[in-house]
Write a protein that binds this ligand. Structure first.
Ligand SMILES: Cc1ncc(COP(=O)(O)O)c(C=O)c1O
Length: 391
């Protein structure tokens, strides 16, 4: 009898398994309570009640009102609606067209800002980041002009794990009357989110990053924030995102946000410990290896490295042969042989930036799995380096 191949999943920043309590919460809404929440009859009213409850739970979990929560199709959609919605509302009100962001944002923000600039005449200023990928709030203060309408800085970087000083940036924005958006997609499973403390007006989440289902995201819109819905149609979600709402997804998101709120306090220090064990183990055994991103001020489950003279994709495949699933950076950029723009923006030399690797731990990660990676990864790096130098 052949034994099943060992598999270790360490790509929780790409996606997470759906928690059993979330599956249980969703199931009745697939085939029993299946009404359209916009319908007036009892089937519709039952679904609408569940949707109301989901708004309530998600709002409460992030310090917001239920009325400020909009369910979307994913994190990418939340970012798109937030940025376009705020930009076009500002244009309609004649308040200006200048937007401030950073070069290390997720594609969902970066590509949207590019399009706003290239096709719609908005002006985008990208502020520099330091070697850890952090923007200086004073740079934000200096960059704000009378025609600045929007600032977008992500709460935690998906590729290098660095946390941004969002509360301070938000305070600066509010002092100057500028709308502040943050992409918090990577955060809910590990960090508390409080939209009041963070001084944010628009915030994006994605359920599949915190043990909820795929195909559902959340957009928080602070009451009073100028916003035009860029998805037009019916008046769903109080006119802020047209389209029949994914009720099972919304119910699942509420269950997932409750689940992570209950787990976070115990999981965050446990994961931080395992992450540090991994980082120490790798740095001690792999020559020419560095941690990318901030050494401490980073997501507790997130370890990212750069290896000199190693192709990250080849290393990923070598690890896959060992049953270890990791990522070269953002899951959305896998398959792209160019060095990561995030690492380049942080000043990482090209020879190192090609060898970026993200190892993201999750609630099911064990110490034994981490030790397996510490044992196998150095050999894989050596093998890839040898293969490259033989070419
Ligand atoms: C920081 C960040 N923003 C946005 C997204 C996009 O989320 P979704 O996969 O739900 O579209 C991701 C996914 O990797 C992410 O890490």
């Amino acid at each position: 009898m052949t034994s099943a191949k060992r598999r270790v999943y360490l790509d929780y920043s790409a996606t997470t398994p759906v928690a059993p309590e979330v599956v249980q919460a969703i199931t009745p809404f697939l085939s029993e309570t299946y009404g359209n929440p916009a319908s007036l009859h009892s089937y519709g009213r039952d679904a609408a009640a569940a949707l109301d409850e989901a708004h309530q739970v998600v709002g409460c979990a992030i310090g917001a009102r239920a009325s400020e929560i909009v369910f979307t199709g994913c994190g990418t959609e939340s970012d798109n609606l937030a940025l376009r919605g705020a930009a076009f509302a500002a244009r309609q009100q004649g308040r200006g067209s200048h937007i401030i962001s950073t070069p290390t944002e997720h594609h969902a923000v970066e590509a949207t800002l590019h399009q706003l600039q290239d096709l719609f005449g908005f002006e985008v200023t990208l502020l520099p980041v330091d070697g850890c990928g952090r923007v200086d709030p004073d740079d934000v203060r200096r960059a704000i002009r009378p025609d600045t309408i929007l600032v977008s800085v992500m709460m935690a970087n998906n590729e290098v794990g660095t946390l941004a000083p969002v509360a301070e940036i938000g305070r600066i924005c509010h002092e100057r009357g500028v709308v502040f958006h943050t992409d918090a997609v990577q955060c809910p499973a590990y960090l508390t989110i409080d939209v009041e403390e963070m001084n944010v007006d628009l915030l994006a989440l994605s359920s599949h990053k915190f043990y909820g289902p795929k195909g559902i995201g959340v957009l928080y819109i602070r009451d009073g924030t100028p916003y035009i819905s860029m998805q037009t149609g019916g008046g769903h979600e109080r006119g802020r995102r047209a389209g029949t709402v994914n009720v099972p997804g919304a119910v699942g998101t509420a269950a997932a946000i409750k689940y992570v709120a209950a787990q976070r306090e115990a999981q965050a220090p446990r994961l931080r410990h395992l992450r540090d064990r991994l980082i120490d183990g790798i740095l001690a055994s792999v020559p020419d290896a560095r941690v990318s991103g901030h050494p401490q001020d980073r997501l507790p489950h997130h370890a990212s490295f750069v290896f000199k003279s190693v192709d990250g994709e080849t290393l990923l495949m070598a690890l896959d042969v060992e049953g270890i699933a990791v990522s070269t950076g953002s899951a959305c950029t896998s398959g792209d042989p160019e060095p990561s723009p995030v690492l380049l923006a942080m000043g990482v030399p090209r020879e190192w930036a090609l060898g970026g690797l993200r190892v993201s731990l999750g609630y099911h990660t064990t110490e034994e799995e981490i030790d397996y990676v510490i044992e196998r990864l150095p050999r894989c790096v050596e093998q890839v380096r040898r293969a490259t130098s033989d070419l």
